[in-house]
Write a protein that binds this ligand. Structure first.
Ligand code: SAH
Length: 361
């Protein structure tokens, strides 16, 4: 059999167009693949047999199957996918009735280097394809119990979505399409460390919700925690946020990881109020989830409460994210801890880090 290509939306559309088929033929195939989860062309009963056979000769439909599904005491489920040698990714299903949120990965590992995040310790292994991104959703749907339905999708798993822009936007098309997963773009959130030009593009190209991981209120402090701040400092980031054409009834979410004694003071809260002035913002305070070798301590509950009250008093919407799935290392910033191929690497990087840390006066 000649080489068969992986079925992707652009490849299928091009294939149909070359053969003079109307555009809806491609849509019909895509509906089988994504809406009905069929992975065999022979099952696509509304297509002529010759067309099914030609498609089967040209394309393979790839699927993701989780190698491990772990269940937390709080109902959170973590799916681990072994993609290929070395590259593993995770997705997390988080029930929060009436919502059921799926947190998906956009890269294997991550190149952003945030000091408080376990995934950063892996470095960037590789970008995911649009199929691998959507594949996590299709695979998670197969894990649902009767009556459950994924209501929200957040790009808050492994990786920096805006560093894998094209695949993420292609995936968003599939997630929102009628022939695809059929979710409203209002129910999809893309979270970024703040890659400024790509944020502007995303708001132009899609209608998804934007979340920005801020986690600090001065450049000096943010630079230490998030190296990306050297490329896109606070001023550039927040100026862009002010200029984004966000629809009237929406807000940009700013995530803020609460690190004990680092960024959790009343002064930080007051600076944050000033920084967000003029932006339709809501702040989501994330209690720090510790991991071995993480090197930070969580802020105390009292500090988090004080911080939140200060934001509210300053007129800024602020909520505290409830940590979920910590017992199975599925919480924010904990992804990447559990897999074998990676443990060795993590240990090595941690050793390197503590070495570096030890040599800093
Ligand atoms: N790269 C994107 C998408 C990942 S989202 C981004 O950074 O926005 C992951 C969220 O979890 C981010 O807001 C990040 O700041 C937060 N996070 C990372 N490590 C964490 C940890 N150890 N505890 C709590 N939150 C963490």
């Amino acid at each position: 059999m000649p080489h068969r290509a992986e079925l992707t939306v652009p490849a299928l559309r091009a294939w149909m167009a070359e053969r003079g088929f109307p555009r809806y033929r491609a849509t019909q195939v895509l509906a089988w693949v994504y809406r009905r989860g069929v992975s065999d062309f022979a099952a696509m009963s509304d297509l002529a047999r010759e067309l099914r056979e030609a498609l089967a000769a040209a394309f393979v439909i790839s699927r993701l199957t989780p190698s491990v599904v772990t269940r937390s005491a709080d109902g959170t489920r973590k799916l681990l996918f072994q993609l290929d040698a070395g590259a593993a990714i995770e997705s997390v299903l988080i029930p929060d009735p009436p919502r059921l949120t799926l947190c998906i990965s956009s890269q294997a590992g991550c190149g952003m280097g945030c000091a408080f995040c376990a995934t950063a310790r892996l470095g960037l292994l590789r970008n995911l394809s649009a199929n691998e991104i959507v594949g996590q959703v299709v695979a998670a749907q197969a894990e649902l119990q009767p009556g459950e339905r994924i209501s929200n999708i957040v790009f808050m798993g492994m990786g920096e979505p805006l560093a894998n822009y094209d695949a993420v936007v292609e995936a968003i098309e599939i997630l929102t399409a009628e022939w695809g997963i059929g979710l409203s773009s209002r129910r999809i959130t893309v979270s970024t460390v703040g890659l400024v030009p790509a944020m502007a593009r995303l708001v132009r190209d899609t209608a998804v919700q934007l979340a920005v991981s801020l986690s600090a209120t001065t450049d000096a402090q943010r630079q230490r925690l998030m190296p990306v701040n050297r490329r896109f400092p606070l001023e550039a980031l927040l100026t862009m946020c002010r200029a984004l054409p966000i629809p009237q009834r929406r807000r940009i979410t700013f995530e803020y990881v609460m690190l004990g004694g680092v960024n959790d003071t009343v002064e930080d809260a007051d600076r944050l109020v000033r920084l967000l002035h003029g932006i339709r913002a809501k702040v989501n305070l994330i209690p720090f989830n510790a991991f071995p070798g993480g090197g930070f301590a969580p802020a105390s509950d009292a500090a988090i409460r004080r911080f939140q009250e200060r934001l509210l008093a300053g007129g800024v919407h602020a909520s505290v994210r409830q940590s979920r799935g910590q017992d199975i290392q599925a919480a924010c910033g904990q992804l990447a801890l559990a897999h074998g191929g990676v443990r060795h690497e993590t240990a090595k990087r941690q050793a390197d880090r503590s070495h570096r840390a030890a040599s800093v006066p």
